[in-house]
Design a binder for this molecule. Structure first.
Ligand SMILES: [Zn+2]
Length: 243
């Protein structure tokens, strides 16, 4: 289980002011990207928000870095500055980096899943999932991450989260990882036959895998197993279908 790195541990500056809310007022979980380098530190983002934007503190309630670390920003119950009219209702979570065309790392996405589940546990019911673009005119959190959030956030905690989880699957396999593969294929516009998303890697799934690969320009002629290249091509098809 990931732990949240408290403000004191990452050297956060004290806020100039703060307003708190209670869990009844919290109804939304708003996902952002920082649209900057994935290597940017929480400290650098806080300095930017406080010194250049003139805000009271780091705008987000939490930050997630590429290595999957979760940093406390304003925290669970302090009003943020991340989405106008949604700062009281929404917990703002920022994945550090730019996710217009590529997804965050599997570690970062797993931490996002964990943080959403933890928020719901604390509230005692499910917060509504929002991408920043759902509440404000913005591209944030980027097309790739926005698609991923719609398809995956809040789905069972065992849901695989990235291309690495598909690698090694082959015809004859069954289970949740196969379902994940099939969901990506179908969302990417590839026909799975009458059985649909059944968690069984049969000939229809193999045909869909091959179709996804061909659509990405692959010269390979097999779809009965998922290599690293195949996983990337399937994910790319999924992302393109959502841009
Ligand atoms: Zn945003």
């Amino acid at each position: 289980m990931p732990a949240i790195i408290p403000r004191a541990s990452w050297g956060a500056r004290a806020p100039r002011s703060r307003a708190t809310v209670n869990w009844t007022q919290r109804t939304e979980f708003v996902v952002h990207h920082s649209e900057g380098p994935a290597t940017q530190t929480p400290k650098a983002i806080q300095n930017f928000h406080m010194d250049s934007r003139g805000w009271a503190d780091l705008g987000y309630n939490f930050l997630i870095s590429a290595d999957g670390r979760i940093y406390e920003g304003r925290g669970w119950l302090v009003v943020g500055a991340h989405a106008p009219n949604h700062n009281t209702s929404g917990i703002g979570v920022c994945l550090i980096g730019s996710y217009t065309k590529t997804l965050p790392t599997a570690a970062a996405l797993e931490s996002l899943q964990w943080l959403y589940a933890e928020a719901n546990r604390r509230k005692g019911s499910a917060l509504r999932i929002r991408r920043h673009r759902d509440v404000t005119s913005t591209d944030c959190p980027g097309g790739a991450l926005a698609s991923w959030v719609s398809a995956n956030l809040g789905k069972t905690s065992s849901t695989p989260t990235g291309e690495g989880d598909m690698v090694g699957l082959k015809q004859g396999d069954s289970g949740e990882r196969v379902k994940f593969l099939q969901e990506l294929l179908r969302a990417g516009g590839h026909d799975l036959g009458p059985a649909g998303i059944d968690g069984e890697y049969g000939p229809a799934t193999s045909r869909a895998v091959l179709a996804a690969r061909k659509a990405e320009g692959s010269k390979q002629d097999f779809g009965d197993r998922i290599t690293g290249a195949a996983a990337k091509q399937i994910l790319s098809q999924f992302i393109k279908s959502h841009l």
